[in-house]
Write a protein that binds this ligand. Structure first.
Ligand SMILES: [Zn+2]
Length: 317
């Protein structure tokens, strides 16, 4: 097998094996001994990010299992997102928020609950999701990232370029998407260039520790990060990590109670109060529901801890 270099840390202690990939076809899977990063390198066809995302949409539409899991996923992710809002208290009227591959409704729902007048933007490859997002008041600026490589689809998207949005966004959300980019470090650089001073990128990726061998039979990611390889990628792209964890929430209901107790900030309470008022009921019973779904989700993944690795990134100075 040919000698490869790790695409993240550039180490040369890389173990390779051949494995089929659901979208890329027969691949060489490179596993780095140093940072643990795993990369799928297609043996026959080269695929650009824009082609990859349209293939992904097609595969996903026929993935019945994924659709069945959606309800559990939704609740689990909602809880995690609530926790993450702790890092976004600087949110204020007039800010620009971009989500990459949000599907529908992405994180916009949670941002709307803050009650701030925010401007929403999305880059989404699924046509139907784009339509729903537009109806939801989200500006669609492309179908794949980076924008300069976007091939626009039938819904008359104006052809924007990444350069049109230099230093434009206060928040870029990159949830469950970083591992689909062909060159993740390069994509991170582009995201950073689109941030205003003091802006942040929210990244979340599936924790590699919960990926079992059977996962590879149906894999759709092209890069599988570890906490370490994500840290290296962020640094190499010119970013600073403000926060990283593996989101080990064993008991979300209790965790939520602790969060309310431990974080003395008035802003936190203000935010929780706003969310509560919006929903018209107390969040606490809601947390019990979420706790239940979270447990279902944990059972599904067969791992009690750390479904996701989450990071908040800003431009390095
Ligand atoms: Zn490495």
């Amino acid at each position: 097998m040919k000698v490869s270099q790790c695409v993240i840390c550039e180490g040369d202690k890389v173990n390779s094996r051949e494995i089929p990939h659901k979208i890329l076809g027969l691949c060489q899977l490179n596993v780095c001994e140093d940072c643990g990063h795993q990369s799928f390198v297609p043996k026959f066809k080269k695929m650009k990010d824009n082609q990859f995302s349209s293939e992904y949409v097609i595969v996903n539409q026929h993935n019945e299992d994924l659709q069945k899991q959606f309800i559990n996923r939704k609740y689990f992710i909602d809880y995690s997102r609530l926790m993450l809002l702790q890092h976004f208290f600087f949110i204020d009227d007039g800010m620009n928020v971009l989500e990459l591959g949000p599907d529908y409704p992405g994180l916009f729902q949670q941002f709307k609950m803050t009650g701030k007048k925010l401007n929403f933007y999305s880059i989404e490859s699924n046509h139907e999701s784009r339509r729903l997002l537009q109806e939801y008041g989200v500006n669609s600026i492309g179908s794949s990232f980076q924008l300069s490589e976007t091939i626009e689809n039938s819904d008359n998207l104006k052809s924007y370029k990444t350069n049109d949005y230099q230093k434009y966004f206060d928040i870029i959300i990159c949830c469950n998407t970083l591992y689909y980019f062909e060159t993740p470090i390069n994509s991170l650089e582009h995201m950073l260039s689109m941030l205003v001073e003091g802006g942040v990128i929210l990244i979340d990726i599936l924790n590699d520790k919960i990926i079992s061998e059977s996962y590879y039979e149906d894999n759709t990611m092209r890069e599988i990060f570890t906490k370490k390889s994500l840290e290296i990628a962020v640094k190499k792209s010119g970013g600073d990590l403000l926060f990283i964890n593996t989101n080990c929430v064993e008991n979300p209901g209790q965790e939520f109670e602790n969060m309310k107790k431990n974080i003395g900030s008035k802003i936190v309470f203000e935010l929780i109060r706003k969310i509560t008022n919006r929903l018209g009921f107390s969040l606490v019973p809601q947390m019990d529901v979420i706790k239940y779904f979270s447990q279902v989700s944990q059972l599904k993944y067969g791992h009690p801890l750390g479904q996701y690795i989450r990071a908040v990134v800003t431009k390095s100075h």
